[in-house]
Design a protein around this ligand. Structure first.
Ligand code: XLS
Ligand code: NI
Ligand code: NI
Length: 434
């Protein structure tokens, strides 16, 4: 153990009555929920960028954190950061982690230098992973922080930036595959625009579609078995981002022939920014067959920003997992804490406590969702509400045409009777479980 987390013992499950602030009160990894261990439903992951790379800056002030691996400009300090990160994984015992290339290695003077830094740190991770259970949920490329990406990556007006993007993603896919990653994520923070006055949207969308096809071709070429995931977000940092929300992404995937190859990584806070609820995004992706993985966090509802706080609202999280369970679970995806400390939370123990709390909130949400699935109340209400469609006549109508339907309505044989949607009764029902 490095000095950073010294004195913090591994976190274990002590049950709901425990008052130990660093114990799991609800996350009991091996507890069987709907036939499988809780840990295999939730598949928790720590995000390297928020926990280790972010220095606590905001638009009005620079770093507040002073970590032993700052400034993050040398391989030596990248390794000190990795040592602390893996210590935290040992303490939490979560099964996965995620990274961007820029989180884990210093930027070099050239593409080749950056690549060699990446390869060196990936080998370092590989050695650490060989002696532990922790695995890679996904890798991704940071194509939004460095100034070269200011006008976009694959959608940049400069073809040389498109080329740099392709080389960067190839390197990150290779690194992800080397570490046995379960997925590869693309989040296009600069794939959008600041103003339409300087933007050729149709050309940019075609370039983005071509780029994603190259990603999929490369996945098959190297035999990467993970899932390619796109992460929707409507804006921030760009004024408008093309991957606005789940429905927009699906339309994009269909247009470029990728709806069978690419799924979505949905984030709670991004759903809110898009003017949706998280369960709306989950239900949409599930209905369209593209639910892949989730980034779990919460936004401050007053701020209008992606505040990336740790989840703390069990009723909301329960509905999210209800939709996930209904969709058959996360598969190769997981629950990645795309969540960061508040910038005043300076202590190493804050990093542990935030994850412990987030994991417990998700465990409570999952358990409540599983109880609703087992009880079947919501499912029965749906079955009853749509039962008219189970009749032969209703099914025949779907195969008929306007003239036939018109005739039966005109004859008086059809006389719809409005029925209650029972929303309050269903809300009361959900409150029994959360
Ligand atoms: C930013 C995104 C980002 C992605 C990975 O808002 O959530 O963190 O998850 O690039
Ligand atoms: Ni995210
Ligand atoms: Ni985000």
């Amino acid at each position: 153990m490095t000095p950073f987390f010294e004195g913090i013992p591994p976190v274990s499950f002590e049950g709901p009555d425990s008052t130990n602030p660093l114990a799991y009160r609800h996350y009991n990894p091996d507890e069987i929920v709907l036939g499988k261990p809780m840990k295999d439903h939730l598949r928790f992951s720590v995000a390297y960028w928020h926990s280790f790379a972010w220095e606590g800056g905001d638009p009005f002030g620079a770093h507040t954190f002073e970590r032993p691996w700052h400034p993050q400009d040398s391989m030596e300090r990248a390794k000190i950061k990795a040592d602390a990160a893996f210590d935290m994984f040992d303490i939490l015992g979560q099964p996965y982690f995620c990274w961007h290339d820029a989180d884990i290695r210093p930027e070099g003077d050239s593409f080749a230098d950056s690549l060699s830094n990446l390869e060196e740190i990936i080998d370092y991770f590989g050695e650490k992973m060989a002696t532990r259970d922790v695995k890679l949920l996904w890798g991704t490329a940071n194509m939004f922080s460095h100034r070269r990406w200011m006008g976009g990556a694959a959608t940049n007006p400069d073809p040389e930036v498109f080329a740099y993007s392709a080389a960067t993603v190839k390197a990150c896919m290779d690194a992800t595959m080397k570490l046995g990653g379960q997925n590869y994520v693309l989040w296009g923070g600069r794939e959008g625009y600041e103003t339409l006055l300087n933007t050729d949207m149709s050309r940019e969308l075609d370039h983005m579609g071509r780029f994603l096809n190259m990603v999929v071709d490369y996945k098959h070429k190297i035999g990467f078995e993970g899932t390619i995931l796109v992460e929707p977000k409507p804006q921030e940092p760009s004024k408008h981002q093309y991957d606005y929300d789940a429905a927009t992404c699906f339309g994009f995937l269909q247009k470029y022939g990728l709806e069978k190859e690419v799924k979505l990584n949905l984030e709670q806070g991004h759903a809110i920014l898009a003017g949706h609820s998280f369960e709306h995004e989950l239900a949409t992706a599930s209905a369209l067959g593209v639910l892949g993985s989730i980034d779990m966090n919460r936004n401050d509802y007053q701020s209008g920003w992606d505040t990336d706080q740790f989840p703390n609202n069990v009723p909301e999280v329960a509905l999210a997992y209800y939709h996930i369970l209904k969709a058959g679970g996360l598969g190769k995806g997981g629950t990645n804490f795309d969540a960061k400390l508040r910038r005043q939370s300076l202590d190493p123990v804050d990093l542990i406590a935030s994850h412990v709390g987030g994991m417990d909130v998700c465990a409570r949400g999952l358990t409540a969702a599983a109880a609703m699935v087992e009880d079947g109340g919501l499912k029965n209400a749906l079955t009853e509400r749509y039962s008219g469609w189970d009749t032969k006549g209703a099914q025949q109508m779907l195969d008929s045409d306007f003239d036939t339907i018109f005739a039966s309505v005109l004859s008086g044989e059809i006389a719809p009777q409005p029925r209650s949607g029972r929303q309050e009764r269903l809300e009361n029902y959900v409150n029994r479980f959360v």
